[in-house]
Design a binder for this molecule. Structure first.
Ligand code: NAD
Length: 360
């Protein structure tokens, strides 16, 4: 199989971690007889420096011509003079929203799994961690308050600002279908998270999720209010299998889900739309505090590449080979600084990549 992969390494640790994922994909190509071509493109602060905008049209066009997109991370440190005074639409994060919209990626899947070898890194009580964490947050990605009408004006109380949460039936239906189909391949449990006691948009969300549920009688569906979900995630995360929710709630809850698994450097994500071309990225940011020091954990990006193999290229066996190599390295006790604990072997980010590549 021959595939063309667009690589948006981005800023900070982005180039280090995408290099790790590329090395793994090359090894998979060699071992299983596939050809992966990589095309590096600009996005983020590096694109602003070179072209004046966070996501140049050329990058969008080349991503649209690719079979899939691998993204590192974008963004600078707080106070970075290159981006400090830029208006919202020219900030690096604006590029993230734009690429998702340009590629029509309306669903974001974020698995949060507690690796048995890393149980000690879980910040929850040991008896809670012992029950295991293995859930996927299915977040709606191109609707809701991040894309709704917004603005500022003047009122008697001074200047005001507003953002609008808005969802239509089609947007809710397609994301709900993704959640139910995923649940059919897992433990057949969907928990839909909303704020239907207050928000009208959540009441429509709940109605449509239950309409879609009728087509999946083998999947159990439950509703949960977002405030309760935030509590339940730390009280009893084992109850969750597939979580489906809106853009903003998914943004917040998936970071919470990430934290309870021990390290943000371990968690992958995939974003998909109506085609097989997806965008695969770690859930963490550009970590300017550790950039260029070879301290970044490449595993989240490597596991994102495994998701690409499975979800975009239908290469399940190859994806499993990557996941098994990661498990093996962790079982053998190798750790980057972010997941290090006493008695384990501390390695640099590039060494971690090499250890994984050698075990494929
Ligand atoms: P961050 O995720 O970059 O870093 C949070 C903390 O986690 C830092 O201490 C960092 O060192 C650590 N960390 C993150 N990834 C790691 C890894 N792979 N290995 C080891 N440690 C890791 O979040 P932040 O500091 O809030 O944001 C930094 C920049 O990233 C900001 O400009 C922000 O806007 C941007 N950001 C981008 C994305 C994205 O590109 N998708 C996502 C989140 C944040």
């Amino acid at each position: 199989m021959k595939k063309h992969i667009a690589v948006l390494a981005g800023d900070g640790i982005g180039p280090e971690i995408t290099d790790g994922a590329i090395a793994v994909l090359k090894k998979i190509g060699e071992k299983y007889g596939h050809e992966f071509e990589f095309e590096h493109l600009l996005m983020g602060v590096c694109a602003i420096e070179e072209t004046g905008e966070p996501l140049p049209q050329y990058t969008i066009d080349r991503c649209l011509a690719s079979d899939s997109v691998l993204l590192g991370a974008v963004g600078g440190a707080v106070g970075d003079p290159r981006i400090n005074n830029l208006p919202g639409h020219l900030r690096p994060e604006a590029g993230l929203l734009k690429i998702r919209a340009a590629l029509g990626l309306y669903s974001n899947l974020r698995p949060a799994k507690l690796f048995p070898a890393l149980a000690g890194a879980c910040p929850l009580r040991a008896d809670i961690a012992a029950k295991g964490i293995d859930l996927v947050v299915v977040r709606e990605l191109t609707g809701g308050i991040y894309f709704g009408e917004r603005g500022r004006g003047q009122s008697e109380g001074g200047e005001y600002a507003y953002d609008t949460e808005k969802y239509n039936v089609e947007e809710i239906t397609r994301i709900a279908k993704i959640a139910f189909e995923l649940a059919q391949k897992r433990k057949k449990k969907v928990i839909s998270i909303d704020k239907a006691n207050v928000l009208e948009s959540s009441r429509l969300w709940r109605e449509i999720v239950h309409t879609v549920a009728k087509d999946y009688p083998d999947v159990e569906v439950t509703d949960m209010l977002v405030d309760n979900a935030a509590m339940q995630l730390v009280k009893n995360p084992a109850q969750f299998d597939v979580v489906v929710t809106s853009n903003i709630f998914g943004d917040i809850l998936s970071d919470e889900a990430a934290m309870i698994t021990g390290s943000i450097g371990m968690l992958a994500s995939s974003s998909l739309g109506a085609t097989k071309r997806g965008l695969y990225e770690p859930i963490h940011g550009s970590a300017p505090d550790i950039a260029g020091k070879d301290l970044a954990n490449p595993i989240a990006t490597i596991l994102s590449a495994a998701m690409m193999l499975r979800d975009s290229f239908d290469l399940g066996k190859e994806a499993e080979a990557v996941e098994q190599a990661v498990n093996k390295v962790l079982d053998e006790g190798y750790r980057t600084a972010d997941i290090f604990s006493e008695g384990k072997t501390l390695v640099k980010g590039s060494e971690m990549t090499k250890l994984i590549v050698d075990r494929i």
